[in-house]
Write a protein that binds this ligand. Sequence first.
Ligand code: SDX
Length: 440
Amino acid sequence: MAENINEKPNGQLRVGDNSLELPRVPASCGEDGVHIGAMRTATGVVALDPGFNSTASCNSKITFIDGDKGILRYRGYPIEQLAERSSFLEVCYLLIHGELPTAKELKAFSERIHENRLLHEDFKSFFTAFPAHGHPMSVLQGGIVGMSTYYEYSTKNVLDPQQQEEQAILLLAKVPTMIAYTAKRAAGLPLLYPDASRSYTEDFLRMTFGLPYQSYDIDPEIVHALDMLFILHADHEQNCSTSTVRMVGSAQANMYASVASGVGALSGPLHGGANEAVLDMLNMMRDTGMTVKEFVNKVKNKEDGVKLMGFGHRVYKNYDPRAAIVRDTAHTVLKRLGASEVSEMLDMAMELEEVALKDEYFVKRRLYPNVDFYTGLIYTAMGFKTKMFTPLFALGRLPGWIAQYIEMLNDPATKIGRPRQVYDGEVLRDYIPVRERGKN
Ligand code: SDX
């Protein structure tokens, strides 16, 4: 528990002849904050913190991470317990509403989602007009922002809790359908309508891999493994994509526009795109015959900016607790699916991890496997193409984006996000007509 706040002093800031007391903002766990809102007025300078390594953007009650101890908790519940005992829809409810649902609440929540998984037929025509070879994250981003038009009724008042809930339900319901349709179109296969008799994750797999002329049966262990992977991705404090959702939402843009911006951020290879980049890295090593040692040396020499994708994290300076769970799940899934080729890739990934964790370059920089290091191997074994990996991350992260957007809008301290800058460009100069600017 936090010590008595009175025993913990406020911050003190001195800039030249100006000084300022920075009121302490107590945390229930993790680092306290100091409020620097008055800093510019009192001292005439602004704080500069590219990447926000030491800067909090908000108070939040949703997710807590301790990067040194490898701790991750959603609304106070340890990720290990939720991964083992909960379900993705239950975790969606927990993140959005703040409490685990009663059986009745979970049934009502799940039914509302199940009833809304169809896409409006005109929306389906629009959504399936994207090029079949287009990157699924670009298609998904376009589809989600398009929801603002087909489901405009739910965006009339972004501050209305009922409209927030409606937007949340429609996103949780329709995003899996959109992702399944994207995978099917890339494969040139027919689209399937949702089947209400199946669970959320099972029916997502059926719409992705099932065919209209044959029944679709899937190992419940595989369904459980994917549902658990969605739980592991569900939220992660103020990461790049979540901060993007909050920033766009702070202008009171609707949830679809804000979440679509988060999809854009997640698509970057330094963020959610890393799971795809890990498979590309392993495939390159296998196809070129490059040894683990040779690759690690390229990374250490920083050749062409090569990084060990799936390694490192801004917050975790210890093993990402999610990566440990995913690695164990990988063994289970690969055994169930008998995916021998993927097993070879898993062995290579584990050798890569073993070599890196012993190497001074990685040890000194506290670089460990993160959530993206092993997930792609499981997705590959399940039959997903590499380009579908980051949309799977986006589906998992959907409840986190939704919960953080709603928390931001309902926080009385929220103001439109508008950072300052330190300008270091040309101070002042007069316009020169083009005829006087020299011949070259
Ligand atoms: C996710 O924030 C979140 O919570 C994100 C996420 C979530 O759930 O939302 O956890 C999901 O995005 C996980 C991260 C996935 N990305 C990758 O796996 C891409 C590879 N990793 C890196 O690019 C990097 O580690 C970051 C982007 C994840 C973190 O970068 P930081 O914190 O800005 O650290 P840095 O780039 O300043 O690196 C510090 C040093 C540098 O070397 P030096 O300049 O000190 O010599 O470590 C090196 C970096 O070059 N380094 C790496 C490396 N990651 C950092 N060197 C080789 N391989 C890597 N992966």
